[in-house]
Design a protein around this ligand. Structure first.
Ligand SMILES: *Cc1c(COP(=O)(O)O)cnc(C)c1O
Length: 365
């Protein structure tokens, strides 16, 4: 029997039928009032995903993948004449440093091994030593390994030293807890096509509203300047063409998230899926890369078992209708990732677990 293919990579995700059908809505021009109404509705729904974000933060909607949101956040908010401290323990933290480098913005990097937690002691030492650091930036869910970084402790540190915090929550927004009450939190970058279950093409930055009235933009680009978008989006319009169909999908995906019980219910579902995947694979003798308590609810990294290289495992699972994800950089030959964002049904999970049993030993019993 031919099964559907289920994406187990960290975005783009397998769409629900409800979101897919939203792509078939009548075409819209981005300069017409119905598109402005759509944008305003998406902004309102994004501000409701985390109710604590509602009063103080505003969603700025952009066209692009998650990287676009992160780069717009840094372009607009990382200062040109003060330093930004980057906390990196994986590919995405290191990419943030590369962006600041490309923008010519002064920055300091506290880097850990990819298998380690964020180095908060080194971060504290850097803040203590250098009053020229005004902003701190970190990754919430480091997709490289699936580690859920301890942002609460980092936010407390920022509070203690009175610094502003910027977050890449591209792979966690909508699927993990995010505390918008941290006083130093300035902005959070995310995307429509990971935990929110929309399509690639819409991304956004949740920005503290007071930023737009009390400071100026630091951007040296037009396209990635959040101030331009924020100003026009007050009436629902955008300075440049938005990905209209991606907006249809994002609106529907946000409505679906609300109907399903919001981010808490989504995290519960993710934990059920990742829990079953981790239990099955560890039972088959395959080791988790991180300790289970460090893992996010929707990304699991495993060590490749003896006798398997990534390509062979990928192809065997692909044949069975599942797309897994390789390790990055030096971890390519060591690990594989199984992510459980997207519209994954109980029947998909059962079929996946049975496939693991067939591949790794115990037979399909
Ligand atoms: C996926 C991801 C990105 C980049 O998003 P793209 O959609 O690939 O541009 C950035 N940061 C994190 C943590 C991610 O998981």
């Amino acid at each position: 029997m031919k099964h559907r293919t289920v994406l187990l990579n960290p975005g783009p995700v397998t769409l629900s039928e409800r979101v897919r059908n939203a792509l078939l809505r009548e075409d819209q021009c981005h300069r017409e009032p119905e598109f402005a109404a759509l944008t305003l509705d998406i902004k309102a729904r994004l501000a409701r995903v985390y109710p604590d974000a509602g009063p103080g933060f505003e969603a700025v909607l952009l066209t692009g993948s998650g990287t676009c949101a992160v780069e717009a956040m840094l372009s607009t908010l990382a200062p040109n004449h003060a330093k930004t401290l980057v906390i990196a323990n994986g590919v995405y933290g290191e990419r943030i440093a590369a962006m600041l480098q490309a923008h010519g913005k002064p920055h300091v990097v506290v880097k850990s091994d990819w298998l380690e937690a964020m180095d908060l002691a080194a971060a504290a030492a850097a803040l203590e030593a250098d009053p020229g650091i005004t902003h701190v930036v970190a990754v919430h869910n480091e997709t490289t390994t699936g580690r859920l970084n301890d942002i609460d402790s980092l936010a407390d540190l920022c509070r203690a030293y009175d610094r502003q915090l910027l977050l890449d929550a591209v792979s966690s927004f909508g699927g993990e807890a995010l505390d918008f009450n941290h006083p130093g939190l300035l902005a959070v970058a995310a995307t429509g096509n990971k935990c929110l279950h929309g399509i690639v093409g819409s991304c956004f930055v949740m920005v503290r509203k007071s930023v737009f009235t009390t400071t100026g933009s630091q951007a040296a680009t037009l396209y990635l300047d959040l101030f331009r978008y924020q100003k026009e989006q007050l009436s629902g319009f955008s300075p440049y063409t938005q990905a209209v169909h991606a907006c249809f999908a994002l609106q529907e995906a946000l409505a679906e998230l609300e109907d399903q019980g919001g981010w808490q219910a989504r995290r519960t579902r993710y934990r059920l899926l990742s829990g079953a995947i981790r239990t099955e694979l560890t039972g088959l003798g395959i080791q988790l890369l991180l300790s289970a308590s460090d893992c996010s609810s929707m990304i699991s990294s495993f060590l490749l078992p003896a006798g398997w290289d990534y390509r062979r495992l990928h192809d065997a699972l692909r044949e069975a209708g599942f797309v897994i994800y390789a390790g990055q950089g030096g971890l390519y030959h060591a690990m594989f990732r199984v992510c459980n964002m997207g519209d994954i049904h109980d029947s998909d999970l059962e079929r996946l677990l049975a496939t693991f049993r067939t591949l790794f030993g115990r037979g399909d019993t």
